[in-house]
Design a protein around this ligand. Structure first.
Ligand SMILES: Nc1ncnc2c1ncn2[C@@H]1O[C@H](COP(=O)(O)OP(=O)(O)O)[C@@H](O)[C@H]1O
Ligand SMILES: [Mg+2]
Length: 313
């Protein structure tokens, strides 16, 4: 049975979108990734802007421009859990839509919550997702000048991304990888205003054939002292936390022993901060000393062990 479009994607978003704009603005320490990703997506969706640039600066550069425009429309976001991959992938379309003055549709496919293991499921799912993306993108293209584009988000792609070389890999997974590669090539060959963002926690497990096709692989890491300071300060300083209180929290949420990992972004925003609030609520006010106790009692999410190799991102 072919999956229906409704069941295929989580809520589709159309950009510009004010909520996405705010979420994107709240991401800390990702300026470089944001700049690179929006540039790549902007070119994939609106290649005429690169042609315009070439006309101005390098009128003889047709081959050069063609080389760039023929890159497969795939960007991989890789790195630790809770480092902002999903958040960025879900919201970057807003920046691109505003810069390019077009409308963008995000089609988010989550593989983690999909596929019940039936033979052929993964392959069908992926093929259907690319069909839908291509159909959408064709609609944008057919109006003459590019009026918009599509971002297909393949989140938590670890299941799919498994290396085909891995001995344990089930035949079905291999077929999923092949369907994915076919889909990418199809978007590229059709020169459709569409791009694929793939998120994975395990870069080294990514199939070499997929990795080779990526126009860019961006890595995401844990927040450093300055970034943790920023995240904690924006939330706790308004409550009267002093600089020394914040500094103590920053130290506690950092690496506590040699080679130990500090808190992830999501450890801070989804575990520590809510724990501090819920500890005080409903009868007490939040205090710095209580907050510090809570931080001390929590430990950081263990780094993802990528095969036998510890991947520092
Ligand atoms: N760079 C960041 N700056 C601020 N908050 C972040 C950042 N990265 C993650 N977060 C917080 O952690 C949550 C989970 O991030 P998410 O993007 O889902 O992580 P993952 O990398 O596992 O996909 C976000 O909703 C946000 O609250
Ligand atoms: Mg994620």
């Amino acid at each position: 049975m072919k999956p229906t479009l409704d069941g295929l994607f989580e809520r589709a978003t159309t950009f510009p979108d004010i909520d996405a704009k705010e979420r994107l603005a709240n991401l800390v320490g990702l300026d470089d990734q944001i700049a690179r990703l929006s540039k790549i997506l902007g070119l994939l969706i609106n290649p005429s802007s690169l042609l315009q640039w070439a006309k101005t600066h390098h009128p003889q550069a047709a081959v050069l421009v063609d080389t760039v425009l023929r890159r497969p429309p795939l960007v991989v976001l890789a790195g630790d859990v809770g480092s902002g991959k999903t958040e960025l992938a879900e919201t970057i379309g807003d920046a691109v839509a505003r810069e390019q003055r077009v409308s963008l549709t995000l089609l988010p496919l989550s593989l983690a919550s999909r596929g019940d293991g039936r033979v052929g499921q993964m392959t069908q799912l992926i093929s259907a997702a690319f069909d839908a993306a291509a159909e959408h993108a064709t609609r944008y293209k057919s109006t003459g000048k590019t009026s918009g584009g599509v971002i297909l988000l393949v989140d938590e792609a670890d299941a799919l991304a498994q290396s085909r070389e891995s001995a344990q890999m089930h035949h079905e997974d291999r077929a999923g990888v092949n369907a994915f590669i076919r889909g990418i090539d199809r978007l590229a060959n059709g020169r459709l205003p569409a791009a694929v963002i793939m998120c994975t926690n395990r870069l080294t497990a990514l199939d070499p054939a997929i990795r080779r096709r990526a126009a860019d692989v961006m890595t995401f890491g844990r927040p450093d002292d300055l970034q943790r300071t920023f995240v904690l300060q924006t939330r706790l300083a308004p409550l009267g936390f002093k600089a020394t209180d914040i500094a103590a929290l920053v130290a506690t949420t950092g690496s506590r022993h040699e080679n130990g990992a500090g808190f992830t972004f999501s450890d801070l925003t989804q575990r520590l901060i809510p724990a501090i609030v819920l500890d005080a609520y409903p009868d007490n006010a939040i205090t710095a000393s209580r907050a510090l106790d809570i931080a001390r009692s929590m430990s950081a999410t263990p780094p993802f062990l990528d095969g036998h190799e510890f991947v520092r991102v």
